[in-house]
Design a protein around this ligand. Structure first.
Ligand code: NAD
Length: 256
């Protein structure tokens, strides 16, 4: 099959959680460029509408939905709205996530729960609700945005974040095994450091930035666009026999 056909997402409907800005926005635009109609589901509704307009300007259909991934009601309403609007859901990108930095010995339980609820339980809630639709379709692609820090530790007070992202990698494996029989592919992407609102403050610390670049074989930090190829691959027919895996997009940081 020609690559143009293999990676073509025309006729597919994709949901991107946390699609209003940062990596989610770039992922949403990449999916649209590959032909998909895209739902931008975020707590930041006004920014989400801006992304919807950008996608519509490219000639694709798009829909903005207010979503807090920790709210069972929001998740249910999102699935109903998308099903009513588009009639199907082919791709789910679980991208919404937060960071909270605090020394482990002082980490407040409330902050721990907030991080784990959004980054891990939120992925489960969205996947469970969308998965039910995909099971009836006997087809679906689920892509969870984990992190390099889901595979390693770090000294910067990110125990909750790192644990939640590690959980996402094993949730990905578990669901891949459970839902393979429904022809649903569940994979993850684990980015290294990429400049967005989430990391901007930390990257202003030149020493931290230089250390990071020094330890990365490709000698730079990532750009949001570095995720686009893997997202299209995992969303398309090109990856039909790939499930349960995590693609590291970290400039080679994790292999040395
Ligand atoms: P970001 O803060 O720019 O964007 C996160 C998006 O998620 C925002 O639009 C935000 O409104 C949304 N969001 C937050 N809480 C939500 C909730 N409860 N319900 C719905 N939406 C919610 O961050 P980003 O860097 O674009 O991060 C996107 C994803 O990539 C996150 O899961 C993050 O952990 C992961 N990631 C980022 C990096 C990086 O270096 N930037 C590296 C590895 C993984």
């Amino acid at each position: 099959m020609k690559p143009s056909v293999l990676f073509d997402l025309s006729g597919s409907v994709a949901i991107v959680t946390g699609g209003a800005r940062g990596l989610g926005k770039i992922i949403a635009l990449a999916l649209a460029d590959a032909g998909a109609d895209v739902v931008i589901a975020d707590i930041l509704t006004s920014l989400a509408e801006d992304v919807v307009k950008e996608i519509e300007a490219r000639g694709n259909r798009a829909l903005g939905v207010k979503l807090d991934v920790t709210s069972v009601n929001d998740v249910q309403e999102m699935v109903e709205k998308v099903s009513n609007h588009f009639g199907r859901i082919d791709i789910l990108i679980n991208n919404a996530g937060i960071q909270c930095i605090s020394a482990a010995e002082d980490f407040a339980l409330e902050d721990w729960n907030r991080v784990v609820n959004i980054n891990l339980s939120g992925v489960f809630l969205c996947t469970q609700a969308v998965g039910k639709i995909m099971i009836t379709q006997k087809k679906g692609k689920i892509i969870n945005i984990s992190s390099l820090f889901g595979t390693i530790g770090s000294p910067h007070g990110a125990a909750a974040y790192n644990s939640s992202k590690g959980g996402v990698i094993n949730l990905t494996k578990s669901l891949a095994v459970e839902w393979g029989k429904y022809n649903i592919n569940v994979n993850a992407i684990a980015p290294g450091i990429i400049e967005t609102e989430l990391t901007r403050k930390r990257l202003e610390d030149k020493e931290y930035l230089d250390l990071w670049i020094d330890r990365t074989p490709l000698e730079r930090i990532g750009k949001p666009e570095d995720l686009s190829g893997a997202v299209i691959y995992l969303s398309s027919g090109a990856s039909d026999f790939v499930t349960g895996h995590t693609i590291m997009i970290d400039g080679g940081y994790s292999v040395q």
